[in-house]
Design a protein. Structure first.
Length: 691
C-alpha cells in the first residue's frame, strides 16, 4: 500500500506506517463524539448553573471552553466516521493493534468500546475534565462503570454491567482495572494499565514487572527441526499446555523453537526469580504474552515442585488458550495442574549438532573442539560458557583456549551440590601422581569412557534397557595413602570437570530411610552438574548385603538395594574408593565400568614420590639421601607426603635447608602414627640421629 494516504480534517496526509495510529484515534474520535452528546444532554437539564458552591466542579461555561480547546494529539479523524473499515484496511498486516487485541483477548464489540472509553484520559487530557463534569465530581477524572455504560448506550441495569466482573475478558485479561471496590458498582472507576495503553500506541517495551520475571524471545523465521515442527503444529491446533521432559536434550531452545514453528514468540520465565517471589504477578506475564501473540515457556520445574506447585497451577489456569510449554527433568505429575498436559521426551542431540553449537559460539572450529565432546550442554548453556571463557581470556590477555572453556563450564555448575559435598577444583595432573603402568591404563580407560559416553551409549545405542543411565562408575581399591583420591582429581582435571567429594557424615543417618533420601538428593543435584562424584571410603554405604537375622540387617539390605538401582540410572561420572575391595558387594562390582587397583608403591616408585613430595622449591641439604629413604622405608604415597611436610616444618624452624636428620625425624614420627616399630635395621646409621 505504499503511496496511499488518508485525508484528515486538517488536510494532512498520513503514510501507511501511521495508519495504525490513525485508526486508533478514529475510534477515540467516536468516543469523543459520544462524550459531547452526553455533555450537551447534561447541560440541557443542569438545574443550577449559577450555584455559588459549584467551584468544586466544572461549570457549563468551563466545559464549553474545554470542548473548544484544540485536540491532542493533532492526528485525528472527525467522528462519527463512516470509513473505519477503509482505515483498518490501510494498516499493513496483521492489521490494527486494536482489532488484534480484541481478537487475542476475546473481546466483544461493546468490550472494545468500554476499553476505548476507559483509556481516553490516558491519551487526551481533555477527557479528564469532561469525565469529571459527567461524574459530577471534579476529583473523579476517570470513567466509572456507570459512565462507560451510558456513553456506550448500554442499559445500567442490563447484562452489560457484568462485563466488568473479575471473570469478564476485560478484567480477567488485565486490560481494565476496576478501582474503589467499596463504592457502588456503577461508581467504581475504570483504569487501563500503562502497558496496554503503550501497546496500543505502538510501544513494545515489556512491563517492568514482567521484565523482572521473564525475557522476551522474538519469533524467528528459521526452519525448525523435526520435533519443534511437530510440537508447533500441535500448538497451532490448540494443544496446550505441553510438557517437555529433559532426557538429555536441549529443552529450553526446543520450547522456544516449537512456539516459533507455531508462528509465535516466547515469554521465557526466569524460574529462579519466580521461585524467589511469594506472589509473582503471573497475570501480567500472561497479558504480555497475549499482547505479543506469544506463548509462555517455564522450566525447569524442579525449582517449583513440590513446594511452589501453586505457581505452576496458577500460571496454567491464567493462560487459558495462550500456549504454555513447560519443561523439567522429571516426569510430569498430573496433580500439578487441573488441565490435562501432553508430556513429550526430548532426547539428547547428536554430537555433530552439539559440535555445530560450539563452532557457532566460538566463531569457528578450534583445534580443541574434540575435547568438548564430553560436555552435555544445551545451546544456551554453550553460549554462556563461551561468554565466560571470553571474559577470562580477555583478563589474561590470551586467545580462548580449552582451559578457558573448561573454566566456563565449571562456572555453570550450581551451588546445590556444594551444600551436600565438598567441591575441589582440580590442581593436579598426570605428572603429579606416581602409579604402576596398569593402574595408569585403567585411569586412562575411565577418561576415555567419560569423554565418549555420548557417542557409545547414545548414538551407537550400546546402553541396555531397563532405565539405565549414561553414567560411568569406577572403583578405586587400595590401601590408605596409595593415591586414590588424588587419582580421582587427576581424572576430573583430564576431562575438565570439578571433583565433588561426598561427605559421608551428611549422608549416613541412624533413622530408617534417611540415608537413602540424602543419597537421592546428591544424585539428583549431581545430574545437573558437570563434575565427578567421589564416594571416599565407599564401603561405608556400598557394603555387602548380609543374611537377614534382625531388623537392622533387613534395613541395611534395603539401603544397598536402593543404591544398586540408583547407580544404574545415574547419568553422571562417579568414583568409589575403598581400602578393601572385598568389602564391596559383588552386585556393585558388576555394575562398575572400571576397577583400578592401587598397590603399595615399590622402591622405584617411592623414590619418585619422595622427590615429587619434597618439590623443586624446597631447599635441600647436601646429605639428603632419598634413595636410602625409598629403599628402607615401605611407605605409601600419603605417608611419604606427610613425612615431607613434617621435614619441611623442622627445617623452617631451624632456618636451614631440609637435611637428612629432618627426614629421619619425620619418618620416625610417621611410624609412631602408623603404630609401626622403629627398627634400627631400617634406619641404619641414622637410628640415633632422629630428633
Amino acid at each position: 500500500m505504499t503511496g496511499v494516504a488518508v485525508r484528515q480534517d486538517a488536510g494532512t496526509a498520513v503514510s501507511p506506517e501511521s495508519a495504525d495510529l490513525v485508526y486508533l484515534w478514529a475510534r477515540l474520535g467516536a468516543v469523543e463524539w459520544r462524550v459531547r452528546q452526553a455533555v450537551a444532554a447534561r447541560r440541557a437539564v443542569d438545574p443550577a448553573p449559577d450555584d455559588p458552591y459549584r467551584g468544586l466542579y466544572l461549570t457549563p461555561e468551563a466545559v464549553q471552553d474545554v470542548l473548544a480547546a484544540p485536540r491532542q494529539p493533532q492526528l485525528q479523524v472527525p467522528e462519527p466516521n463512516p470509513e473505519l473499515d477503509a482505515l483498518a484496511a490501510l494498516v499493513p498486516d496483521p492489521g490494527p493493534r486494536l482489532l488484534r487485541l480484541a481478537a487475542d483477548f476475546g473481546l466483544t464489540p461493546v468490550d472494545l468500546e468500554f476499553l476505548l472509553v476507559a483509556m481516553a484520559p490516558d491519551v487526551d487530557p481533555r477527557f479528564e475534565r469532561l469525565y469529571g463534569y459527567l461524574n459530577d465530581d471534579v476529583t473523579r477524572r476517570r470513567a466509572t462503570v456507570g459512565l462507560a455504560l451510558q456513553l456506550c448506550g448500554v442499559p445500567l441495569a442490563g447484562p452489560g454491567r457484568f462485563r466488568f466482573t473479575a471473570t469478564a475478558p476485560l478484567v480477567a485479561g488485565g486490560l481494565v482495572e476496576v478501582h474503589d471496590p467499596a463504592t457502588p458498582a456503577l461508581s467504581q472507576a475504570l483504569r487501563v494499565p500503562d502497558r496496554v495503553v503503550a501497546h496500543l500506541l505502538g510501544d513494545d517495551v515489556p512491563d517492568p514487572v514482567v521484565a523482572g520475571l521473564a525475557r522476551i524471545a522474538p519469533r524467528t523465521g528459521a526452519p525448525a527441526a523435526e520435533l519443534p515442527s511437530r510440537l508447533g503444529a500441535g500448538l497451532r491446533s490448540g494443544v496446550t499446555p505441553v510438557h517437555l521432559r529433559d532426557a538429555g536434550g536441549d529443552v529450553g531452545p526446543t520450547a522456544v523453537a516449537a512456539l516459533a514453528a507455531a508462528g509465535r514468540g516466547a515469554v521465557v520465565l526466569d524460574v529462579a526469580a519466580l521461585a524467589d517471589r511469594e506472589h509473582p504477578d503471573l497475570a501480567a506475564v500472561v497479558r504480555e504474552a497475549r499482547l505479543r501473540g506469544a506463548g509462555v515457556v517455564l522450566g525447569p520445574l524442579e525449582f517449583l515442585v513440590p513446594e511452589r506447585t501453586r505457581v505452576l497451577r496458577e500460571l496454567v489456569a491464567l493462560a487459558g488458550d495462550v500456549p504454555v510449554v513447560l519443561h523439567s527433568r522429571q516426569h510430569w505429575d498430573p496433580r500439578w495442574t487441573a488441565r490435562p498436559v501432553l508430556s513429550v521426551p526430548v532426547a539428547s542431540p547428536p554430537l555433530a549438532e552439539r559440535a555445530s553449537w560450539w563452532t557457532r559460539a566460538l566463531g569457528g572450529e578450534p583445534a580443541f573442539l574434540p575435547g568438548l565432546a564430553g560436555y552435555r550442554l544445551g545451546s544456551e548453556e554453550i553460549d554462556r560458557v563461551v561468554a565466560v571463557a571470553g571474559h577470562l581470556a580477555t583478563v589474561e590477555g590470551e586467545p580462548i583456549g580449552l582451559r578457558h572453556v573448561r573454566a566456563g563450564v565449571r562456572a555453570q555448575n550450581g551451588a546445590g551440590l556444594d551444600r551436600l559435598t565438598r567441591r575441589i577444583v582440580p590442581a593436579v595432573g598426570w605428572d603429579d601422581v606416581v602409579l604402576p603402568e596398569q593402574t595408569r591404563n585403567q585411569l586412562a580407560e575411565l577418561v576415555v569412557r567419560a569423554r565418549h559416553r555420548e557417542r557409545v551409549l547414545g548414538e551407537w545405542r550400546m546402553r541396555p534397557g531397563g532405565g539405565r543411565g549414561r553414567g560411568v562408575v569406577a572403583l578405586f581399591a587400595g590401601e590408605s595413602g596409595t593415591g586414590k583420591t588424588m587419582s580421582a582429581e587427576v581424572v576430573a582435571a583430564e576431562i575438565g570437570m570439578d571433583l565433588y567429594v561426598v561427605d559421608l557424615s551428611t549422608v549416613v543417618d541412624k533413622y530408617v530411610g534417611e540415608t537413602e533420601k540424602n543419597l537421592e538428593r546428591i544424585f539428583t543435584e549431581a545430574a545437573g552438574v558437570h563434575g565427578v562424584l567421589l564416594f571416599d571410603e565407599a564401603d561405608a554405604v556400598f557394603g555387602k548385603r548380609s543374611e537377614v537375622q534382625s531388623a537392622h540387617d533387613r534395613y541395611a539390605n534395603v539401603e544397598s538395594a536402593y543404591l544398586l538401582q540408583r547407580m544404574e540410572s545415574f547419568d553422571g561420572i562417579a568414583v568409589l574408593t575403598t581400602n578393601l575391595r572385598s568389602n564391596v558387594d559383588e552386585a556393585f562390582t558388576r555394575r562398575i565400568d572400571v576397577i583400578a587397583d592401587f598397590p603399595v608403591p615399590d622402591a622405584e616408585q617411592r623414590l619418585a614420590l619422595w622427590d615429587r613430595c619434597l618439590g623443586p622449591a624446597l631447599p635441600r641439604a647436601g646429605d639428603l639421601d632419598l634413595a636410602f629413604c625409598a629403599e628402607r622405608f615401605e611407605l605409601a604415597g600419603g605417608s611419604i607426603r606427610a613425612c615431607a611436610v613434617t621435614a619441611a616444618y623442622l627445617a623452617a624452624a631451624a632456618d636451614r635447608p631440609v637435611a637428612m636428620t629432618d627426614v629421619m625425624t619425620a619418618v620416625h614420627q610417621e611410624y609412631r602414627k602408623l603404630g609401626r616399630l622403629v627398627l634400627e635395621s631400617e634406619f641404619g646409621s641414622w637410628f640415633g640421629m632422629t630428633r
